[in-house]
Design a protein around this ligand. Structure first.
Ligand SMILES: Nc1nc2c(ncn2[C@@H]2O[C@H](COP(=O)(O)OP(=O)(O)OP(=O)(O)O)[C@@H](O)[C@H]2O)c(=O)[nH]1
Ligand SMILES: [Mg+2]
Length: 466
């Protein structure tokens, strides 16, 4: 573990990368960070207007980007950011050219001909962290906000980046350090009786309060996971019930094969969709029934695995089958504890309307994938279920990262160990050991403490230019 505070500006290479997505666009941009950034402007940029000959911090200048041979490659805008005030914390420039693949590549290639190397994936953000511009959880939030596909995941990542999530974690850590200092003080001053002693009741209250707060935070991951990974809905049911028809309707495209032959879907199909701002992993599965060929059985094995892991199972029932209620009772038994939403399909060809509920708690939504009846009700029901499992986002205190949750859990575990030791009047040195480990786990969330390995893992998930 180590903490780095000093700027590495002197020893740092100057690095460059294209920071806009590949392809055609109005504008593309190249960023250069490091002590030689300004020299790139001197070498390659000439201002269009003589008043703009010198770079001023954060002032855009219009001009030409020239190759080392003096050939004009493009008309560009360029900006200079001084050390300590840029994204990376290093001296930095950005060049905005026309958004064509070739032009931006040519500009980067020219820059790299100097004493400047290509940036690694995530290196700009890693520099921002190492130079104290952002803490580790905010660096992770940069990746989150870039990856955010839906309104909800965007809002959560924005709170992590701009809200008080990091501060809240640091505050809990400071509180924990307070408890640790009390225990450490009793190590210094107790000579003959090395135990936590009379203050132990007060310590227990403090530790309990911290465990409660940390557990509440860790608990938000139940919804946070849904934000970061998506809410998983599996469409299950007996063969030919209309699962793939429903899958296609929710997807708004003909993705899965639909035929009158039972056993059409064998492999499962997965698509990510945006459902009223929520990311949903929608999975179509093979119909479950006794028998079937080897391939179909293999598909059914996969389907069962998917159902077991789903946040919600939409169980499609073919209402045109005489014995649907009897079959459904059997199916529900075998589904066990899964969260199920029952959809009675093909209501358009049902002659007389039978009661659509098995029991008071097991209502069935009557629908038709053919005519569209009942589908808006289904939609509302699904969104309602997702909303029920979502945390309140207004405070911004939602754990969406599995890493953060892991660290919170570690911290809680060590607090609990410390608690047992305090209760058992074990030597304060041993209590302090657990508390210190708990402090360090919390510190790893915002990067107060970190290892190269952890940084490597976090930043390798970024793309080049971020
Ligand atoms: N009348 C009517 N037919 C439907 C309805 N929904 C689906 N079908 C028909 O039922 C048949 C089976 O539909 P699929 O969507 O392939 O059913 P599935 O559950 O995916 O079937 P498997 O993949 O074989 O398990 C097709 O012929 C569909 O056109 C509906 O609401 N009404
Ligand atoms: Mg199917």
């Amino acid at each position: 573990m180590k903490g780095r505070t000093a700027s590495r500006a002197d020893t740092q290479d100057t690095i460059a990368a294209i920071i806009t997505p590949p392809g055609e666009g109005g504008i593309a941009a190249v960023r250069v960070a490091g002590s030689k950034s300004r020299s790139v402007l001197a070498r390659h940029f000439s201002a269009k207007h003589s008043d703009d000959a010198e770079p001023h911090p954060f002032l855009m200048r219009l001009g030409y980007f020239k190759s080392l041979d003096g050939e004009i490659l493009d008309e560009v805008m360029a900006v200079f950011m001084p050390e300590g005030r840029s994204y990376t914390g290093l001296e930095q420039i950005e060049i905005f050219c026309h958004g064509g693949r070739q032009v931006v590549k040519k500009i980067l290639d020219e820059i790299l001909k100097g004493d400047i190397r290509a940036a690694e994936p995530g290196e700009f953000t890693r520099l921002a962290f190492e130079n104290g511009r952002i803490d580790l959880s905010r660096a992770e939030a940069v990746a989150e906000i870039i990856a955010a596909e839906t309104e909800v995941s965007y809002r959560a990542s924005r709170e992590h980046l701009l809200g008080n999530y990091s501060e809240h974690i640091d505050m809990l850590r400071t509180e924990l350090i307070g408890v640790l200092s009390e225990v450490e003080a009793s190590i210094d001053f107790t000579e003959d009786a090395p135990e936590v002693g009379a203050d132990s009741r007060k310590l227990l209250i403090l530790v309990d309060s911290l465990v409660t707060k940390l557990s509440a935070l860790a608990e938000t991951y139940r919804g946070g996971r849904i934000i970061s990974e998506g809410y998983t809905i599996v469409i299950g049911g007996r063969p030919n019930a209309g699962k793939s028809s429903l899958f296609n309707l929710l997807l708004r495209k003909e993705r899965a094969l639909v035929t009158p032959t039972p056993g059409t879907t064998r492999d499962y199909l997965l698509e990510r969709i945006d459902l009223d701002g929520y990311t949903v992993n929608l999975i179509d599965t093979a119909g479950l029934r006794q028998g079937g060929g080897k391939i179909e059985r293999e598909g059914q094995r996969l389907a069962k695995g998917m159902i077991a892991k789903a946040d919600l199972v939409i169980w499609v029932v073919d209402l045109s089958k005489q014995n649907w209620a009897k079959l459904l009772t059997l199916d529900i038994e075998s589904l066990g504890s899964a969260h199920i939403l029952l959809l009675g399909n093909k209501i358009d060809i049902v002659k007389k309307a039978a009661s659509l509920s098995l029991s008071a708690s097991q209502k069935i939504i009557g629908a038709s994938c053919k005519t569209g009846i009942g589908l808006s009700k289904l939609h509302r029901e699904i969104v309602g279920r997702i909303e029920k499992s979502m945390p309140d986002l207004t405070s911004g205190l939602v754990v969406t990262s599995a890493r953060h949750r892991q660290k919170l859990k570690e911290s809680i575990r060590h607090l609990r160990l410390a608690r047992t030791k305090i209760e058992g009047s074990v030597s304060p040195e041993l209590v302090a050991y657990d508390l210190r480990t708990a402090v360090s786990s919390l510190g790893e969330i915002t990067g107060k403490v970190y290892t190269e390995q952890v940084l490597g893992r976090i930043f390798s998930r970024f793309c080049i230019g971020k």
